[in-house]
Design a protein around this ligand. Sequence first.
Ligand code: NAP
Length: 244
Amino acid sequence: MLALVTGASKGIGRAIALELAKNGFNVAINYNRSSESAEKLRDEIKTLGVNTEIFQADVSNYEQVTSLMKSVKDSMKESISVLVNNAGITRDTLLMRMKPEDWQAVLNTNLNAAFYCTREVIRDMAKARYGRIINIASVVGLTGNAGQANYAASKAGIIGLTKSVAREYAERGITVNAIAPGFIETDMTEVLKPEVKEGILQSIPVHKIGSPEDVAKAVAFFASEASAYITGQVLAVDGGMTMC
Ligand code: NAP
């Protein structure tokens, strides 16, 4: 079975691609700018004995998504059974300073891309009467966060998308679930000041920052047969940070 992971060149997406490969999935690796990291990941996944290739595309661009899906199908000779909408960016600042372009960029990459990719895979999944769509949201999509109006709105949007598509396609054997990571150690969180990191750490009951692998394991569960009776759910992978 073939899984496509968007934004898989780094961080959480990279860990998801590896974990799915370890679980026997063939993996289409999407990246945008980090071609070297994507190539390294492809070489690592190849050693696991599954089929894998890298595909450059900016998933916030609909035309690029349509050609991405065609390239994946043509070169991997298989249709996509598992879609992981992971690609994401931040442009954090307080609302008054947030420029419309900061808003648009984040919504385009974090939300519109998930819609584009889902729209392009759903027909094949419906035909196959099987599919797994896993959307990477965030706990801030549930709680909101000062300085992240654009990001939190995009992640709340992805939760609405998850539940709506889950309802539309439940009868076709397609499950759609979201994962809401808390604070995970990647390039995205590396930019935070040490005192901000410390403050966040204090709000995590397990007193640990999460790893990309913590998220990847939850994705593997939603990608598997074991989660067949679960759809439209949001699973927080956050060390107990939100509990809502
Ligand atoms: P990261 O280390 O910054 O990696 C982001 C990935 O997204 C990169 O592989 C990047 O690819 C890709 N990407 C960005 N824009 C893209 C585009 N337009 N088209 C295709 N790929 C694109 O971030 P991360 O922490 O792993 O985050 C992954 C996901 O988890 C995001 O959706 C994020 O919102 C979510 N999340 C993260 C945390 C956290 O604490 N880290 C918490 C909650 C949710 P290139 O480098 O190739 O451009």
